[in-house]
Ligand binder design. Sequence first.
Ligand SMILES: [Zn+2]
Length: 55
Amino acid sequence: MGTMMEKKKTLRCPKCGSKKIVPEAAFITGYKYACEDCGYVGSLVIEEYNEDDQD
Ligand SMILES: [Zn+2]
């Protein structure tokens, strides 16, 4: 008991599926992201919420 249920948010590239998404710039409307793998740049990224994996 007492385990913190921590959800990690993972950003993924909508184009190539890479997780190497880095925030490029912040706008009033939100963030803009860039993919280090395929060079995709845009505000649309896939957000995944991964719960702590258990063995
Ligand atoms: Zn990509």
